[in-house]
Ligand binder design. Structure first.
Ligand SMILES: NC(=O)C1=CN([C@@H]2O[C@H](COP(=O)(O)OP(=O)(O)OC[C@H]3O[C@@H](n4cnc5c(N)ncnc54)[C@H](O)[C@@H]3O)[C@@H](O)[C@H]2O)C=CC1
Ligand SMILES: O=C(O)C(=O)Cc1ccc(O)cc1
Length: 362
């Protein structure tokens, strides 16, 4: 029997618990300092057992997941050091930054226990165990940052367990991780928040700003609704990297400023062109790297039951639908319903069938 103890059963901790719970020979223990949270995680069946005792959860564990905010990780590691952990206990975390936690674990020198940094590169702007889902990590990258002296067998032990998340495991150096994730996740979060706050200021004198805000604004600012406490910790922790990235951001924005001042139409076009070309190459994680999906877009009439009819028709013709998404904005795709299939042939057949049966534009 493998006992997994999860500290911080929120969005990420809860989602991991749901991935592991009920799997052969696994028991999941959830820890919270708050007795009501412990009650909730057990009642919602996110964990097998819950406890407010950090020591009990730690000493029972074969594998420990630290799923608390980045700013609390080092304190948790220091407390773990004071307990009698099981021999060979594996400790990992899910923090959005890696260098500081890896360095802290190295300094603490656990005896007979191993620390491997981890970061599931999937999440949401929601937080708390209510938002947890066993599907959260499917197809996403899950970064591991083992130290040079971490036994390969331990990394493999963790990777084997993480297979339950259906994420793709990738090993990255901790410093490199923080540079890259700073650029692709932390900087965009700051930009989204700054942009929303800019518009919020204008909106104070004219509510039309908010009311006219269209799909593009909502798309680029979704992550501005992320949890303030979680993000406060991430940004402060990765501040050295972020300050450098903000210098580069200023540089990018000043390119636009210059193009506008010079009324350089061609230059502006070029900016959109090169960005569009690069963006097309960014893999859509929803599809997954290993199993790409083939999309069609259907412009369907907005009346009740239509989606059900489409699904039934496809099922009747044995055209397996892998994903279905209602697109909120009509601005950037030619339709409102995205239907994804495993191969091009199925997508083509579905497309022909829908045009024929419903006279809808596909
Ligand atoms: N939100 C996201 O999309 C992602 C977050 N992460 C990382 O996962 C970790 C957890 O984040 P979420 O699950 O999103 O947050 P969350 O707020 O949903 O969960 C955090 C949990 O930690 C507990 N906690 C324990 N000690 C705490 C303390 N000292 N201060 C505040 N809360 C404490 C909270 O009660 C809560 O159950 C963070 O380190 C974050 O950087 C990683 C990938 C994605
Ligand atoms: O929802 C999004 O787009 C995210 O960016 C989610 C996310 C948040 C924090 C992470 O460390 C990793 C992924």
């Amino acid at each position: 029997m493998t006992t997994i103890s999860i500290f911080g059963v929120g969005l990420i901790g809860g989602s991991l618990a749901l991935c592991f719970k009920g799997k052969p020979d696994i028991t999941v223990i959830g820890h919270s300092n708050n007795p009501t949270s412990v009650e909730n995680m057990v009642k919602r069946r996110i964990v097998d057992e819950g406890t407010t005792s950090m020591q009990a959860a730690a000493e029972a564990a074969d594998i420990i997941f630290l799923c608390v905010p980045v700013g609390a990780l080092e304190t948790y590691l220091e407390r773990l050091k004071q307990f009698s952990l099981k021999k060979g206990c594996l400790i990992t975390d899910v923090g959005s930054t890696k260098l500081s936690v890896v360095q802290c674990a190295e300094k603490l020198r656990f005896k007979d226990a191993y620390f491997i940094g981890g970061h599931p590169m999937a999440g949401s702007e929601r937080s708390g165990m209510e938002a947890a889902s066993s599907h959260l990590f499917e197809n996403a990258f899950y970064v591991l940052t083992p130290g040079t002296d971490t036994p390969v067998a331990e990394v493999e032990r963790l990777a084997k367990l993480l297979a339950y998340t259906q994420a793709q495991i990738i090993r990255v150096d901790a410093r490199e991780h923080d540079d890259i994730v700073g650029a692709i996740s932390h900087l965009p979060h700051m930009i989204a928040v700054a942009l929303v706050n800019q518009i919020r200021t204008y909106n104070e004198s004219n509510e039309l700003y908010k009311n006219l805000a269209a799909g593009g604004f909502r798309d680029i600012t979704r992550i501005a609704s992320s949890d303030p406490f979680i993000w406060r910790d991430i940004l402060i922790n990765n501040r050295t990297v972020l300050l450098k990235l903000l210098d580069d951001w200023d540089q990018q924005i000043s390119v636009f400023r210059e193009l506008l001042e010079k009324e350089d139409a061609e230059g502006i076009e070029k900016q959109f062109e090169v960005a569009g070309t690069f963006r097309k190459q960014v893999p859509d994680r929803r599809k997954g790297m290993l199993t790409p999906l083939y999309d069609i877009y259907a412009d369907i009439p907005d009346h009740p039951g239509m989606i059900g009819q489409i699904a039934t028709l496809l099922g009747k013709h044995r055209l397996n639908l892998s994903n279905l998404q209602i697109i909120e904005s009509r601005l950037d795709v030619p339709g409102v319903l995205r239907l994804s299939f495993r191969d091009q042939e199925t997508a083509d057949r579905a497309s022909a069938l829908l045009s024929e049966q419903f006279s809808i534009h596909v």
